[in-house]
Design a protein around this ligand. Structure first.
Ligand SMILES: [Zn+2]
Length: 374
């Protein structure tokens, strides 16, 4: 297959997204309208195009302070049940329009209490929004299923409460738990009680680890906390030695004990190439560790993290990887099946999506490409 997958064609492929933040994916126009409706002041621009550009510029600035400021504005307009439901519905619609067939979207309920909502009201508004978005996407002929992950903030002290919330809502759309926030100085072991509770409840969770911080953070997330997946996990490459000149195939790469464990146990890595470049976790897409980790057949998945701040979509992330690493349809399908295998919904439902939607979708795309070449 010599065809190079184009951004447009990648949009039509059935894709799976495991790492996407609800407060990082709003439409600029929606931010403006919600600010008007809720009386939020302090937006840095008055029209959608300028606001979108401001978000991308602030996130690109290399200043963590400015990067975090962007979330101040999105979370600022997401303080009412109606606003949360609207943002969630539009998220499902936008992902479906990009060809995503299954997504796990995460958010931190504790960040949405400023206007007096309870944690339960926040969760219920978002779940209602996702269901509405799924209905509208299906009507538009782009069916999608959205699972919710509840995030606790690493620097805060509410992780046990949020973990209990995730278990309470697990039969109505919440599929897992996550912790996020600055890694340095906030080790995941501070939240051990929450993780041990989730394990006793047979619940699933992922941990943001190995993004800004190195191997100890990954090791703690897996071996102390028992994470099912790693958010980012890019620093796992610090435990892999590649001999000079062997870069092409990854042949002769020597895996340390932690890297070997991650690969042997098929621990899913939720990689977010553009976001990693913006935060400095990787110098460029071309130098992103995903190239090496894919060659070494780690359980790598491709994700968006914050679509608004990175001005991206899942299709765009794949298109960037195609440009940087020469990936073809087989590679994109491999990442997609990896992601679906790693989802937090039941095994039989994952299998049904792989065999009923993903494989036939990629087969049609590859057949169409082959047909064009004949
Ligand atoms: Zn993230």
């Amino acid at each position: 297959m010599t065809d190079k997958p184009s951004h447009e064609r990648i949009r039509t492929a059935p894709k799976v997204l495991l790492h996407d933040h609800l407060d990082g994916g709003l439409r600029p126009q929606t931010i403006l309208e919600l600010a008007d409706e809720t009386g939020y002041r302090g937006l840095p621009a008055a029209d959608a195009a300028a606001l979108g550009a401001w978000f991308a510029e602030a996130a690109d600035s290399g200043s963590l302070e400015r990067y975090l400021e962007t979330f101040g504005h999105t979370v600022g307009v997401m303080q009412t049940a109606a606003a949360l439901a609207r943002v969630a519905a539009e998220c499902a619609e936008d992902l479906a329009a990009d060809g995503v067939v299954y997504a796990e979207v995460r958010f931190a309920p504790e960040n949405h209490l400023e206007a007096g909502l309870s944690l339960e009201q926040v969760v219920e508004a978002v779940l209602d929004g996702f269901r509405a978005g799924e209905r509208r996407a299906a009507e538009a002929g782009r069916p999608i299923r959205v699972g919710t992950l509840l995030t606790a903030m690493r620097h805060a002290a509410r992780s046990s409460e949020i973990a209990e919330l995730a278990v309470r809502y697990r039969d109505v759309g919440v599929v897992g738990f996550d912790i996020a926030g600055a890694e340095a100085g906030h080790p995941p072991t501070r939240h051990l009680a929450a993780f041990e509770y989730l394990q006793r409840e047979n619940a699933h969770f992922t941990i943001h680890a190995g993004e800004a911080f190195g191997l100890p953070s990954i090791w703690q997330a897996l071996q102390w906390c028992g994470a099912d997946r790693l958010g980012h996990g890019v620093r796992i490459v610090d435990d892999i030695a590649v001999p000079e000149g062997a870069e092409g195939a990854g042949d002769g790469a020597k895996l340390g004990r932690l890297a070997a464990y991650v690969r042997d146990k098929r621990v899913p890595l939720e990689m977010c190439p553009s976001s990693n470049v913006q935060t400095g976790a990787a110098p460029s897409i071309a130098e992103h560790p995903i190239g090496l980790l894919r060659r070494l057949r780690f359980r790598v998945t491709v994700n968006t993290d914050n679509r608004l701040m990175s001005g991206t979509s899942l299709s765009r992330e794949f298109a960037e990887l195609v440009d940087a690493f020469g990936y073809g349809w087989d590679d994109i399908e491999w990442f997609t099946v990896n992601a679906m295998k790693s989802a937090f919904i039941p095994f039989d439902e994952r299998l049904a999506l792989i065999n009923g939607v993903i494989k036939p979708g990629f087969a049609r795309l590859k057949w169409a490409v082959g047909g064009a070449e004949r």
